[in-house]
Design a protein around this ligand. Structure first.
Ligand code: GAP
Length: 509
């Protein structure tokens, strides 16, 4: 059962706007459906989420690149997106509103219909007497609609080339596969990674930053020898990690996810190979480290009819949001589909020679993370409502992704305390994300800092002037310790590493 109500997410959205995490795009003109901007704090957090992802998922065998968001039509023809990257569309015959047909049927009937043919969706709309949710008008037959945004490159009509804004960052990694392999003298297995923007002309953007028309992805294409998909050197590190797997069987029966270790899931044939299991387990560990509880994470084996055209098996990592479970990471076993199709269309040789001297086309395991959905999950699960202790709400962000590590306050605005506090600020700002605040009462400043999830607050008082010590207050417990300014950098480092305040000094409150 979903326990979080809508009021909570409404509060979060309001704070996110008021405090500078997320703003509607072009808001002064009434907004732009499917687009949101990051404000100053959102930007800081997004950067930190990306950094944390890089620290956790990229190693010496995974090479990050940055490719363009616009690519020529031929790439999308080869990748299959021109033909197959489509959603079913229905339009109200009266008010002309457009809807994604499968979503409409699911909402009206509770039935899962993603991936069904347009003809079947049209039948279902008629059978279930589904009308336009806006005006009650009759709905049109369902037709497919390509989700890619088209553009034209070149100044004069005669030389204009059709191009598309990328719907996934992945194709830039496939088209650069050979160049990366040569430049880095890469040996299988190796990965190519990318963090960047993708675009999809979604029919009905919704749920705040869940379904957008422009969003950010963090993707890895892991290239593996086709006969060595079960040779994953670092698998032992995650073999015992518990996955919550929603198999085809469970989905048919309407059952719950089964808890199973990564190694058992491979042994029982529930996952196609060890590389897939490796990424699934790492995802659980990483999302948990971002503050999402384990019970709110699961992997769902996509049904054949909803599996993308390029994949031989997809396992979505889903988060239990306030509105239900939703995919946040798509994990696809893309086989050699992309390299083969690009070889065919470009005429270029994208094979590698293996240690036995044989020409091979590597297979690909792809974990593809959405940053905005991750952000939503973090905001939702780190949000703490006001209680007896505090009459303000706040965010318990893990220190590594919190927008600020410390806020620096002079107790009062006189007697040299602001100057001393600014001095501390200047000492810390090179190494840590810190800010200075001297406006309003100290209580108000605590509330403002907690509300944006600032990890600690440092208060400079009269004792500071005597012995160069200050108090550190912990956001989560409100406990305080007094420390010497010369030890601050070290202590903040330990706090970022997850050390509790009581281990770093004597509690004074
Ligand atoms: N390269 C594979 C790929 O793009 P996907 O499952 O279509 O796979 C991966 O997308 C992730 O990108 C999703 O799990 C989701 O987090 C994010 N994503 C996809 N469409 C999105 C949208 N319209 N708005 C926000 N995030 C989206």
């Amino acid at each position: 059962m979903i326990t979080m109500n809508k009021t909570k997410i409404e509060k979060i959205i309001a704070i996110a706007k008021r405090r500078g995490f997320i703003f509607p795009t072009a808001e002064i003109y009434g907004g732009f459906s499917g687009f949101y901007d990051y404000g100053p704090l959102g930007c800081r957090m997004k950067n930190k989420i990306e950094k944390s992802w890089r620290d956790f998922f990229l190693d010496e065998n995974v090479f990050e690149i940055s490719t363009r968001t616009i690519m020529p039509e031929v790439v999308w023809e080869a990748s299959g997106h021109l033909k197959s990257f489509v959603d079913p569309l229905t339009q109200c015959k009266s008010c002309k509103s457009m809807f994604r047909a499968d979503n409409l049927i699911e909402e009206a009937s509770g039935e899962f219909v993603e991936g069904l043919e347009p003809e079947r969706l049209t039948e279902l709309i008629k059978e279930k007497k589904i009308a336009c949710p806006r005006c009650g008008g009759e709905l049109s037959d369902v037709r497919v609609f390509n989700l890619m945004l088209k553009t034209f490159v070149g100044p004069v009509e005669s030389s204009v080339a059709n191009a598309y804004l990328r719907p996934e960052t992945a194709q830039g990694m496939f088209t650069n596969f050979s160049s990366v392999a040569k430049a880095m003298r890469a040996k299988l297995p190796f990965g190519i990674a990318q963090v960047g923007i993708s675009y999809r002309n979604e029919i009905s953007p919704r749920q705040w930053i869940i379904r957008l028309r422009e969003f950010n992805q963090m993707e890895i294409e892991m290239f593996v020898h086709p006969k060595r998909l079960n040779e994953c050197e670092r698998f032992a590190e995650v073999a015992k990690t518990k996955l919550r797997l929603l198999t085809h069987e469970q989905q048919k029966r309407g059952g719950d996810a089964v808890e199973i270790t990564a190694e058992e899931a491979v042994a029982k044939g529930l996952l196609p190979n060890k590389w897939m299991a490796f990424f699934l387990a790492k995802e659980i560990l990483w999302y948990h480290s971002l503050g999402i509880p384990l019970h709110a994470l699961r992997h769902r084996h996509m049904l054949p009819e909803e599996t993308p055209h390029y994949s031989k098996g997809n396992f979505d990592m889903e988060i239990k949001f306030d509105f239900g479970w939703k995919e946040v990471v798509g994990n696809a076993y893309r086989t050699d589909f992309d390299l083969q199709t690009h070889m065919k269309h470009s005429g270029k040789d994208l094979t590698l020679v293996d240690s036995a001297g044989e020409k091979i086309v590597p297979h690909v395991i792809e974990p593809s993370f959405g940053i905005e959905r991750t952000f939503y999950g973090v905001l939702l699960y780190c949000f703490r409502e006001s209680d007896k202790e505090r009459d303000w709400s706040w965010f318990a962000f893990p220190p590594k992704i919190a927008p600020y590590t410390a806020a620096i306050f002079p107790l009062v605005n006189k007697d040299g305390l602001p100057e001393k506090a600014k001095d501390v600020y200047n000492q810390l700002k090179q190494c840590y994300d810190v800010y200075y605040d001297d406006s309003g009462s100290i209580g108000k400043r605590y509330a403002r800092a907690d509300e944006i999830g600032c990890v600690t607050t440092l208060t400079i008082d009269y004792q500071t002037l005597k012995d160069d010590t200050l108090t550190i207050r912990d956001r989560d417990t409100t406990q305080q310790i007094r420390v010497h300014i010369k030890d601050l950098k070290n202590i903040l480092w330990k706090i970022l590493e997850g050390e509790k305040l009581e281990k770093l000094g004597i509690l004074i409150k």
